[in-house]
Ligand binder design. Sequence first.
Ligand code: GLC
Ligand code: GLC
Length: 814
Amino acid sequence: MKYGYFDDAAREYIIVRPDTPLPWINYLGCEEYFGLISNTAGGYSFYKDARLRRLTRYRYNNSPLDVGGRYLYLRDNKSGSYWSPSWMPTRTKLDEYECRHGQGYTIITSKFNGIKSSTRYFVPLGESLEIWQVTLTNESRAVSDLSLFSAIEFCLWDANDDSTNFQRNYSIGQVEIVDDVIYHKTEYRERRDHFAYFACSEKLAGFDTQREAFLGNYHGWNQPQVVETGASSNSEAHGWQPIGSHHVKVHLKAGEQKQIIFILGYHENPKDDKFDPPTSQIVNKKSVKPIIEKYLQPANADKAFNSLHDYWTTLLGKFQVTTPDTHTNRMVNIWNAYQCMVTFNMSRSASYFESGIGRGMGFRDSNQDLLGFVHMIPERARERILDLSATQLKNGGAFHQYQPLTKRGNNDVGSGFNDDPAWLVLGVAAYIKESGDWSILDVPVQYENEAGSEMPLYEHLQRSLQYTLDRLGPNRLPLIGRADWNDCLNLNCFSDTPGQSFQTTTNKDGKVAESIFIAGLFVLACQEMAGIAKYKNDKAEGNKVQKAAAEMEKTVWASGWDGDWFRRAYDNFGHVLGSKENTEGRIFIEPQGICIMAGLGVENGNAVKALDSVAEHLATPHGIILQQPAFSQYYLHLGEISSYPPGYKENAGIFCHTNPWIMIAESIVGRGDKAFDYYKRINPSAREEISELHKCEPYVYAQMIAGKDAPTHGEAKNSWLTGTAAWNYAAITQYILGIRPGFDGLEVKPVIPSGWSDFEVVRSYRGVRYEISVKRAGAGNAVSLEVDGKSISGTIISLPKKETSTVRVKAVIR
Ligand code: GLC
Ligand code: GLC
């Protein structure tokens, strides 16, 4: 069953009924000001950091699930009836409803009793504000006398404090209402130099800034007293819960239309110029006023929207494909790329499953998110790499997270995830392959955000790899530390007390438990480093990493191969995990993916063996499961992985992030049909028809789909913020379609399904437009290339001369 449909020409997903199985959300903003918005206008906004600069309040895990947002109420002043044009929170049955989610904007349109309302929400590029452009049309035959109320609830900035420290917070809320603009200035009187504002293009009939004055005691958002009575109370908040609500009277003749604009924004003043007059406590509004005036004009709002639209046309235009498969085209050309931007911006901080409080920018997550984003705006990937590496520890390890506002490593989660540093090498390699910007290696970067500790980024990469070599276990495999990619495989944790964090508790000294996953990742990272060292003419480093990789491979064959698949780990007692010797957790997906991506077993046939084992033991129609058999009970020595009921999350869920590794591995061994089959199984667009089971948005990947041991097999959770976005983008574009950036040029080496006769790609690469057409002339994977009419040998197209703007490539597969 579907709840909407794709409009690929408009690059939108259109939801046609408001009661989706879960809130189906979108993101506003793509630079510094962000908002989450659901299909019923729920959600919240923040500046840079969802924890430290939250503008509006949102209560997670509420009932109904999604209450609180960018609400509007319309009231028919003749009859006294009122409704929400976004359905929530009044849930009045609307005569028409439609929500269009696009790239960085959402438009909610509905009709009730002849009044059509359409609201376009977006954030203009370069600004720290959001616009709600409301168009009301009287489609009835009678004159209408309407009241329009806006409503948001301010958050007192620090979202964690805001939802816990009530003894203080109930006393500090402050606002100003000047010239019909509502200013939220809690804590501005002391150490903050920022405030929020909420403005409306119309003369107001009234306003409210105190929540209970607006709602009425014991009323909910579905039944505000002010809306019921049709009269604002002009309340001024003193403590308690500051809100912003405007009241506008709208008279529309039959057929008449009117546009009303609201803007909600964030503004900073210089520390020494906060007040006006300077001796007062009144917010200095000189620099914010022109911004407010500008965007309250419809022409300027339209212009800003068109720029946003063009911006996305350019970004998405960097990779466009036409294949025989609609789901592939739409995900690659629109939604998967868009999701990659969102995961790049948010890491795992703010979604409807991530509170914006618990997690900042993850070290391993952000390095992987780069992989799907770097071709769109390489400069921003560069900045991210430098921010991340500045949080690297001197011993080569990493703070697991940093806060986007401060850009400092975050001690809450600490460090000791032994895979972290290797991902930096992969991130940097991807950036250089895309941009050709080798200069990044020479940029001096701090360690542990400490002034004076700067070393070239190249040195950071060396320390990253050395970190693994300094931590080898009894089998000479890498020690796992707190965990590797699988946060829940906590082999040193031994947590027996409720409430202890699996992420930070460690009871064993960690000198025994080893990870075959890190071994594979290390080999892969060494290969990238060898490519980098070669360019640097650093033979010593090149030899060192090649030797280290070769040795690690030998170790994997000696202790990490189980006969039919790669093993997963050795625990604190030196017992193997992910082996036929185990009764539960016999086979894991991660080492199969990463080891084959690193080339292990490709020559000797073991890669194919491992992949056949994946097909036999882990593949389901809904995607590939993380491990089997599921852990049936809590095992002290395994940690969080066994804390989940079977079939969920890391305990045998379909952890989608890992599926593209298998797609890539299948491509590497030349099995295009298998690779594409796996691709299709978790492609959200291809799952649209089963939305009532899948539950999450059909336009973005979710982190997890319940596995076959779960009673809800096929049900997705944790949509949007997942490494699945970047890795699927890499799997389909770079391996299946085979358009792969390299240090020396663009490679074209597709491994496509046997049924595809052709496809076309337009790809911007290092400032050149590559127009690539691929035809199948035989059943194999051998590729011959003709570049601008001349055939070349191999599959890598060397970089064209400086003045070249377009390169035409013809590929034939035999
Ligand atoms: C989550 C984390 C990621 C981790 C994965 C597996 O997605 O963000 O860092 O690798 O879970 O545990
Ligand atoms: C839990 C989740 C895992 C996530 C981690 C982040 O362990 O199962 O997916 O990566 O929390 O803190």
